[in-house]
Design a binder for this molecule. Structure first.
Ligand SMILES: Nc1nc2c(ncn2[C@@H]2O[C@H](COP(=O)(O)OP(=O)(O)O)[C@@H](O)[C@H]2O)c(=O)[nH]1
Ligand SMILES: [Mg+2]
Length: 287
């Protein structure tokens, strides 16, 4: 059990640096599941999120889990709250990044610091309902390597998005499916931000995360072959605001181009066997 401390900075997990490669054997004592929560100005959501996740993860993993909060020096002090949560609960770890930035890089840094045989990611703002994580873990049967929370699978939707967001979403997905059908057609919701994968399919693979779309990177570069999807309804934000900007969209476009070039150059192996998603692709689902 980690000791409580008056100075939470003392128990901070250092941010991994260098290349974006997750090691095969988790350093230190392994756990069944590591969930990364990337945060930027989520002070109003983080406590509630963690309180909701703790009992769910406890029963889903028999207590063998860790939550890794990766905060990018949030001006609202989310990192302080993360440190306090980590100081009070050995299942929680906090990474406070002072230089590196970005959602996708935060997720990979969290996985690099993790001890889990299964790795996951979920937004910290409650827009992914915490119960979804239990459903993803339940669906991770022995032949499955990646389970994606999908807004397009049965029972899924985007909730109440406004028109501009719907248009950006549709344009992003449409462009992606044209430029990189080998990758985006593997799932119904390639822009999904909540998923669980086996560490072994990503271990040792050099990743190049950028922008928001970490699932694209995983689908393109990892050894994942068998994918399953679980439908869920994207919730409205109650506190704080989205950090997605025009730059997020531009990052997405350059990420697509980069993956496309790597695929054409043979640096990304499109899997020979692609599962065919059964859900309808014509809805609004990409952010
Ligand atoms: N560490 C980190 N987390 C981020 C960053 N941008 C967004 N996030 C987190 O990623 C999650 C999704 O971001 P959000 O802005 O809500 O995206 P949206 O749901 O698509 O509008 C939330 O938990 C954010 O706090 C970032 O630059 N760094
Ligand atoms: Mg959000």
């Amino acid at each position: 059990m980690r000791a409580k401390t008056d100075n939470p900075e003392n128990i901070l997990t250092p941010a991994p640096c260098g290349t974006f490669v997750v090691t095969a054997v988790a350093p230190g004592k392994s756990v069944s599941f590591s969930l990364v929560l990337p945060t930027r100005n989520e002070h109003g959501n983080l406590q509630e999120m963690v309180d909701a996740l703790r009992p769910l993860l406890h029963s889903a993993t028999d207590g063998s889990y860790e939550i890794i909060i990766v905060d990018d020096d949030s001006p609202d002090g989310t990192w302080k709250l993360a440190n306090e949560l980590a100081a009070a609960d050995p299942h929680i770890r906090a990474i406070h990044r002072k230089v590196e930035r970005g959602l996708a890089t935060a997720v990979v840094r969290g996985w690099q610091a993790s001890h889990g045989e299964l790795l996951g990611v979920m937004d910290a703002d409650l827009q992914h309902p915490p119960e979804l994580i239990t459903r993803l873990l339940d669906s991770m049967e022995h032949d499955v390597e990646l389970v994606v929370g999908s807004r397009r699978a049965d029972g899924g939707s985007n909730g109440n998005w406004n028109l501009p967001r719907k248009l950006i979403s549709v344009a992003s997905c449409w462009l992606g499916r044209i430029l990189l059908p080998e990758i985006l057609d593997r799932v119904t919701d390639p822009m999904a931000g909540c998923f669980v994968l086996r560490r072994e399919v990503i271990a040792g693979v050099p990743l190049a995360p950028r922008g928001y779309k970490i699932l694209l990177e995983v689908l393109a570069r990892s050894r994942v072959r068998h994918v399953r999807e679980v439908g869920y309804v994207f919730q409205a934000r109650q506190n704080g605001h989205s950090k997605a900007t025009l730059k997020t969209f531009l990052d997405y476009l350059s990420h697509l181009w980069e993956l496309r070039a790597d695929l054409r150059a043979g640096q990304v192996a499109a899997p020979a066997e692609m599962p065919t998603p059964t859900a309808n692709r014509s809805g609004w689902a990409a952010d």
